[in-house]
Design a protein around this ligand. Structure first.
Ligand code: ADE
Ligand code: ZN
Length: 326
């Protein structure tokens, strides 16, 4: 209908996208063949049968396993380029993407290979697709803070190619405060900071990410609905929540899309917007997320426009570029 047409037509920004989560089943098989890797699934269909997740961890287990096909600079280029073509198709004109270096360096893939391939695609997309970008390096929170620190050291020669640091992977029992020192180093180096919090973990983790990591944005943050006072503060301070509707339903944070709180948060003045998280696994890219919302929650055109505006307002673009899209 009209709402879906409006969304398809509007320029949008995406602020929560794991590049490894854009690895589609056909590319898993193509890269495995190119690299001579044996996969534990006989076909794309058999792989996709495993996309029936019961929680965040059941997804992460498969997500890390599939990254094993990514070995060369060309692999990281092809992965990133395929995602950027989806951006072009969805009218996503600006994207701020995450990568998980530890999931690659732990397999012996050099940091330079990972960031080289990703950066080459981002640069080419700016020229050829008109898609601008930022790159955010995430630390895996299920691994010790010492590993994050070692990753920070490894990234030192590439800091001019990294715009921010983030925190992802298994949330429960891994509070943000564990990573306060490495986040302080990143801030001192002039990088932006963000963290996943309040996806499966409690609102207290959102509090910690704000107070101890001093993040500019919270990734997910939907469990803030359980903490009205924190919600009021986040609204007042305009701290963005990068919400991912299809992800939340596929990882069973919410049973169905019609109980998703994104519009309630928007109406309470929280700076929320729509993102795809791991689109190859969760049923689609940015427009598919909007379409699912439209079908389940019937947002008004004003609400849709507010979500799209928030995507630019919450970005790390400079003020002039932000406002050129508003
Ligand atoms: N890594 C990739 N997707 C993630 C998610 N939704 N939450 C935490 N870590 C992730
Ligand atoms: Zn995420």
């Amino acid at each position: 209908g009209n709402a879906k047409e409006l969304i398809r037509r509007l320029p949008k920004a995406e602020l929560h996208l794991h590049i490894e989560g854009s690895l589609e089943p056909d590319m898993v098989f193509a890269l495995a063949a190119r690299n001579g890797i044996d996969l534990p699934y006989a076909s794309q269909q058999e792989l996709m049968k495993r996309y029936d997740f019961k929680d965040l961890q059941s997804f992460l287990d498969l997500y890390y396993q599939a990254t094993a096909v990514l070995l060369t600079e060309e692999d990281f280029f092809d992965l990133t380029w395929a995602y950027l073509k989806k951006c072009q198709a969805d009218r996503v004109v600006h994207t701020e993407i995450f990568f998980d270096p530890q999931s690659h360096t732990s397999r012996g893939v050099p940091f330079a290979v990972v960031i080289g391939g990703i950066r080459r695609a981002l640069h080419m997309a700016e020229r050829e697709l008109g898609v601008t970008s930022r790159l955010i390096m995430c630390f895996l929170r299920h691994l010790p803070a010492a590993d994050a620190f070692a990753t920070w050291k490894m990234a030192a020669p590439f800091l001019n190619q990294i715009d921010g640091v983030g925190l992802d992977s298994s949330e429960r029992d891994f509070p943000p405060g564990l990573f306060r020192e490495v986040f302080a180093l990143a801030r001192a180096a002039g990088l932006q900071t963000v963290a996943h919090a309040g996806e499966e973990g409690p609102p207290a983790y959102i509090r910690e990410a704000i107070d101890l990591l001093q993040v500019a944005r919270i990734d997910h943050g939907v469990r803030i609905t359980e903490a009205p006072q924190l919600l009021a503060e986040v609204a007042e301070r305009k701290i963005p929540l990068t919400v991912c509707p299809l992800s939340n339903v596929r990882l069973r944070v919410y049973d169905t899309m019609d109980t998703h709180p994104i519009l309630a948060l928007l109406d309470q003045g929280v700076r929320v917007m729509v993102n795809s998280d791991d689109p190859a696994y969760f049923g689609g890219y940015v427009n598919a997320n909007y379409e699912a919302l439209i079908d389940a929650l019937a947002p008004t055109p004003e609400q849709l426009i507010a979500l799209v505006k928030n995507s630019f307002l919450s970005s790390f673009l400079d003020e002039a570029s932000k406002h050129s899209w508003l």
